[in-house]
Design a protein around this ligand. Structure first.
Ligand code: SF4
Length: 645
């Protein structure tokens, strides 16, 4: 297909930071979109009928900086109780806008829209009940379906118009209607069209207080869907604001990395007007994480200038791995490599390597290698005085390497050395380069050099865009050299390192770019934590699977068990099942749909009752909670996915 300038357009610029110009939407007193700051929000996890508990939790969230509080309203009762919650909050001096979260129940939505500042509907289940049916629609039948949606949806639009209530049309990857799945499949385009069916009705009715979201637990799908949504809006002359989020991101490090990957990658390109980081933790703990993500963009437009890119050769709407040649064990079909920076250590010892996945067994004089064993260490001008594991490569400054040329050691070169030195390694050399150093001469010389891997770095605050420009330049020059993405950080808490590096480096992996990563992290926590962050980024981008993935919902008023406790318990029993995806969902209403691509599901169906799923199919219903863990393990065993720890 011939690429035009607009073919892959989804943001203002790939190189110069600016926010996509969305239309402002009024949500109570806190306007969203336009020039307003990127807002942060979260959702209560209490029972909505528990007025006191919900008010207290809302206050904790507001005190933490939450700018909109979302509360689930699964039926008319909860929708009505929003009035009591709102009154109590206002009485205590909190005017933060409230949002009712609606699934399946138009009548609850119509009540809530009269009471709170915004309602969120899920277009996948507002007018449809999921039966997992595949239906071939003719165009006429499809149009009749749209007319049916219109009749079901119009009363809510009219209430919102009358009461000045805003609305979020919030698509979830895991709960698309059978109609959408039949026509578009389980794809970003399906997600976009799911929202567009409803959005077009709003537009025809001249109701524009609308916000859109495209959430998924898979950050790659999520990023592609938002980009495609903006692309489609541009084509249809729309610019509704975006609410960003990764659903069921999980807890701890994994949850932070997944959220930052999805949300941060979009924020980098100026997309997003409000964000929710959904973690399986108390909602007030989500707010500082969200703020950290957003803060990075307050002065971003002052970044160092990057040469504009007129045509983007990377399809931002589907995943395509950049094809590279193989240099030793880097590039082509190899998993992305993890490199750790040991430059700052006084001495490198056996214990140093134990932080990086290698355990030395003195008795047998052997190394144990874990799934999180890094592939290379950069030791700068230092030397190593013990026998290293056979799978580990050592990167050494060229000036030192050239005098010793030890086994498993490879030189780190600058541009000058690469252009002038003759005696480089015959098999593998790392060439350090930034965008400004990537000359035509370097591009030509590296094109046919089978011993060179590029190590790219950036000092630009708009680093992802600058490093993406390097990839684009090489793709356009048809240079398939493997590339290690490097990024330096200093003086950060480990949790902030997770957020920032997932955005800066992970955002490139989301687009199929990168053959390895190198986090140079000075005073950002232990080597072990830095190494785990690198592997976490690769796991979340699904480019190198080293552990079990848990897709656990953040919990809400519908949750039927203690999600944090159950997730921790299931994790402790299954965390050795590398590559398996296990969904842990608080309720049957949305759980099965929202765990999307999980291999197995553990879903609350009643008090102390669990249903177990294999993919989308329910296998055992209403298992008593005290037997459910064992039943899950048995199910995994029956399907041949179990291995003993
Ligand atoms: S899956 Fe979890 S967050 Fe979603 S509605 Fe059910 S309990 Fe709430």
């Amino acid at each position: 297909m011939k690429k035009s300038k607009t073919l892959y357009t989804y943001c203002n610029s790939l190189t110069s930071y600016s926010r996509f110009n969305s239309r402002p939407v009024n949500i109570g007193d806190v306007q969203l979109g336009g020039d307003n700051p990127i807002r942060v929000q979260s959702m209560t996890t209490t029972d909505t009928m528990d007025t006191k508990g919900t008010v207290e939790q809302s206050i904790r969230m507001i005190e933490a900086g939450c700018e909109y509080v979302r509360i689930t309203a699964p039926s008319k009762n909860e929708a009505n109780n929003l009035s009591n919650i709102k009154k109590e909050l206002r009485k205590q001096g909190y005017n933060t806008p409230l949002i009712a979260d609606i699934h399946f129940t138009p009548n609850a939505a119509e009540i809530a829209a009269r009471l709170v500042e915004k309602v969120r509907i899920n277009p996948g289940n507002y007018a449809d009940r999921k039966k997992f049916n595949y239906i071939e629609y003719t165009d006429q039948q499809y149009n009749e379906e749209i007319e049916r949606i219109r009749n079901r949806f119009l009363p809510l639009v009219n209430v919102c118009k009358e009461y000045g209530t805003a609305m979020r049309i919030g698509t979830n990857h895991g709960s698309l209607s059978d109609r959408i799945l039949s026509r578009y499949g389980d794809t970003p385009m399906g997600m976009v069209e799911s929202a567009m069916e409803f959005l077009r009705i709003c537009k025809e009715e001249n109701y524009n207080e609308v916000v859109l979201s495209m959430k998924s637990s898979n950050p790659i799908v999520m990023v592609q869907a938002y980009r495609l949504l903006v692309h489609c809006m541009i084509k249809e002359n729309m610019n509704y604001p975006l609410h960003l989020g990764v659903t069921e991101a999980g807890e701890g490090q994994d949850g932070r990395i997944k959220s930052a990957l999805g949300i941060g990658t979009l924020l980098e390109d100026g997309l997003g007007d409000t964000i929710r980081v959904s973690l399986t933790e108390e909602p007030e703990f989500e707010i500082p994480v969200a703020k950290k993500l957003v803060e990075r963009y307050s002065n971003r437009s002052n970044h160092d200038k990057i040469k504009a890119i007129s045509i983007n050769p990377i399809n931002p709407f589907e995943y395509n791995l950049r094809e590279t040649r193989q240099v030793l064990n880097i590039g082509r079909d190899n998993v992305p490599r993890v490199i750790n920076d040991l430059n700052l250590l006084d001495k490198i010892t056996v214990d140093t390597l134990s932080e990086l996945g290698y355990t030395y067994f003195e008795k047998d004089d052997k190394w144990g290698i874990s799934d999180l064993a890094c592939d290379y260490i950069d030791i700068g001008k230092k030397e190593i005085d013990f026998r290293i594991p056979g799978t580990l490569g050592v990167i050494q400054a060229f000036s030192v390497w050239k005098h010793s040329k030890k086994e498993q050691h490879y030189p780190f070169l600058n541009v000058n050395q690469y252009l002038n030195e003759r005696n480089i390694h015959p098999k593998l050399n790392f060439l350090y380069i930034t965008l400004s150093e990537l000359s035509d001469e370097i591009i030509d010389k590296t094109k046919n050099d089978s011993s060179i891997v590029l190590f790219i770095d950036t000092w630009n605050t708009h680093g992802l865009a600058e490093q993406r420009s390097i990839f684009i330049k090489l793709i356009k020059a048809k240079n398939d050299i493997p590339i290690i993405i490097g990024h330096a950080y200093g003086n950060l808490a480990p949790s902030d390192l997770q957020l920032y590096s997932s955005t800066d480096i992970g955002g490139l992996f989301i687009d199929g770019l990168g053959d390895g990563l190198y986090l140079a992290a000075e005073n950002c926590g232990s080597l072990d934590k830095v190494n785990r962050t690198s592997f976490g980024i690769l796991q979340a981008t699904r480019t190198r699977i080293t552990k079990t993935e848990y897709i656990s919902c953040p919990s809400c008023g519908r949750t039927l068990f203690d999600l944090q406790e159950v997730t921790a318990r299931i994790r402790s029993k299954t965390q050795h099942l590398k590559g398996l995806k296990i969904g842990i969902m608080g309720c049957i209403v949305n759980g099965p749909g929202e765990m999307a691509d999980a291999d197995y599901g553990y879903v609350g169906t009643g008090i102390e009752k669990i249903s177990l799923y294999k993919k989308h199919n329910v296998i055992q219903k209403d298992v008593p909670m005290d037997q459910a863990d064992e039943a899950l393990i048995n199910l995994i065993k029956e399907n041949g996915d179990w291995i003993d720890p």
